[in-house]
Design a protein around this ligand. Structure first.
Ligand code: SF4
Length: 463
């Protein structure tokens, strides 16, 4: 075995999120635990301000929203499949894949991934036969890798335990498929099967909170439950899938988080946040003209301590207009983790550098993916102590003694490794690395090949 050289770098990991459409969906919160709808204790019914209590208004709202959707909806590949695919299992699978990919990811990003996925695995059976490496490879760049893994696990379950038949209701989808929560189940069932069941994602939360002036923390369980009840009551009975998609589309393209286009909104006449803004404007202009107000001052719903109104400490802010809604509890500070990452290299075949990579555990952050060996560091460790931790782990990984002196701290980010390597080999004039240059190609400074633990510990072939 050739000599091992190790370089260590510290790295920081932080939590973070992406977004679906115009608004970040929060799948974990929205999907809820299995059976989160059932809650003990019956809350008091909300005030009229927060309800869709008039059946005629509900009918009119459905009609306006669906007419707008028919005219303005975006042309998306999963929507085409949901309409044209005659096989119900394939149809449900096609919707399912799109819904999983769209969690925390923008539509524009998902389209290409979705097309490649459906081309490669057009059926549940095809996906069930794929390897996890293939799934991860196609998912690369989409983020939140456990989504692809869970999707494949659930496809395998449908094939092996449910005879290839997708569960036929939202309730069964949620109950029987791992990784399918309340939102995904509702979306699949309404879009693929025409089940009259609502959905609540980040976009729907925003639209409903604005339409019914809900200013309480929109991520709190009582508000989420109320929104689900509202979505289930509103959904159009004859076109539930289109209605749900229309509501989400409205949130993504018109009722956007920061700059909603209320003037173009197909449901503006049903929106109480907009009504409130209009009343305030009317009041302000009457006052400006020195007239007595002919419209009453605008107040909250009138129920003291209403669980859906904004908290008393954060009343309506006129400068924000409709974007007073929705509101969320203050975000938790992201967790910061420090890791020591070890770049272990050796000279391999024809003198090319080879690097050790190891697979992460099968659950947790970035489950099952490959990386340079890394060790979480306890806060406050001095550099010498970090070195000792690394040496211990390296010995455990390689099964060989590792001299502490062979470890060199090279910086806070991995890019420093390449810089270090460049310094050692001297300046390579005119050999700027090109993206995609082949390892070992003439003039390339690409550092080498990635190897698994087993391959790495095998002695390299002689040059
Ligand atoms: Fe959203 Fe404005 Fe439409 Fe109300 S009127 S739903 S705030 S876009």
């Amino acid at each position: 075995m050739g000599p091992l050289r190790a370089a260590a770098a510290r790295g920081l990991r932080r939590g973070g999120g992406g977004g679906r459409g115009a608004a970040p969906a929060a799948p974990a919160a929205l999907e809820g635990s299995k059976g989160s709808a059932a809650r003990g204790g019956r809350p008091a019914p909300p005030a009229a301000l927060h309800l869709f209590g008039d059946p005629a208004e509900v009918e009119a709202l459905r009609g306006s929203l669906l007419a707008w959707y028919d005219e303005c909806k975006r042309d998306l590949p999963w929507r085409a499949l949901a309409v044209t695919e005659p096989d119900v299992n394939r149809r449900a699978y096609a919707v399912w894949v799109s819904e999983i990919m769209l969690q925390q990811t923008q539509v524009a990003t998902v389209i290409d991934y979705y097309n490649r996925w459906m081309q490669k695995w057009p059926t549940l059976q095809a996906l069930a036969e794929a390897s996890l490496e293939e799934v991860n490879e196609l998912w690369a760049g989409l983020g939140y890798y456990s989504r692809g893994k869970r999707l494949q696990e659930a496809a395998r379950k449908v094939v092996s335990e449910l005879a290839g038949q997708m569960p036929r209701t939202a309730e069964d989808l949620q109950k029987l498929l791992p990784g399918v929560g309340r939102y995904t189940a509702g979306a699949i069932a309404s879009i693929s099967y025409g089940q009259a069941t609502g959905v609540v994602d980040g976009n729907v939360i925003r639209v409903l909170c604005r339409m019914r002036c809900i200013g309480a923390d929109s991520s709190s369980p009582p508000v989420i439950d109320r929104l689900w009840a509202m979505a289930n009551a509103l959904v159009d009975r004859s076109r539930p899938g289109d209605f749900n998609q229309a509501l989400m589309e409205l949130g993504a393209t018109v009722c956007t988080p920061k700059a909603p286009l209320c003037g173009e909104c197909p449901v503006k006449q049903h929106c109480r946040a907009r009504l409130r803004v209009e009343k305030e404007l009317a009041l302000a202009s009457q006052k400006l003209l020195g007239k007595l107000p002919v419209v009453p001052d605008v107040e909250d719903c009138g129920v003291g301590g209403c669980p859906l109104c904004p908290p008393a400490a954060e009343p309506w802010d006129s400068s924000l207009g409709v974007t007073n809604f929705p509101r969320k509890a203050a975000k938790k500070q992201p967790r910061v983790e420090q890791t020591a990452t070890c770049v272990l290299e050796r000279r391999g075949r024809r003198g090319a550098l080879e690097y050790l990579i190891v697979q992460r555990p099968s659950s947790g952050l970035l489950a099952g993916l490959w990386e340079f060996p890394s060790v979480p560091l306890a806060p406050g460790l001095q550099q010498e102590q970090q070195r000792e931790v690394l040496v211990d782990h390296l010995q455990a990984w390689t099964g060989q003694p590792v001299a502490a002196g062979s470890l060199r701290f090279i910086g806070e980010v991995l890019r420093a490794c390449e810089r270090q390597h460049g310094e050692e080999s001297g300046p390579a004039k005119g050999s700027k690395r090109k993206r995609g240059a082949k390892p070992g190609a003439a003039g390339s400074t690409r550092p080498g090949t990635q190897l698994s633990l087993r391959t790495f510990l095998r002695a390299p072939n002689p040059p």
